[in-house]
Ligand binder design. Structure first.
Ligand SMILES: [Zn+2]
Length: 52
């Protein structure tokens, strides 16, 4: 389990949150071509919050 630099999805239909845990189940759903570095100004993903 590791913390990673913040990333979010460029897909408008995805939740407006950012992820920073590599094992996040929701973050893993974001395909590489939709993955954007940074928080996007969004709040942190709740799943990432549970993970630490
Ligand atoms: Zn997450």
């Amino acid at each position: 389990m590791a913390k990673v630099p913040p990333f979010h999805s460029s897909n408008p239909s995805d939740p407006d949150v950012y992820h920073d845990r590599d094992e996040c189940s929701r973050g893993k759903l974001i395909p590489p071509h939709n993955r954007v570095s940074g928080t996007g100004g969004y709040p942190r993903c709740k799943v990432c919050g549970y993970l630490g």
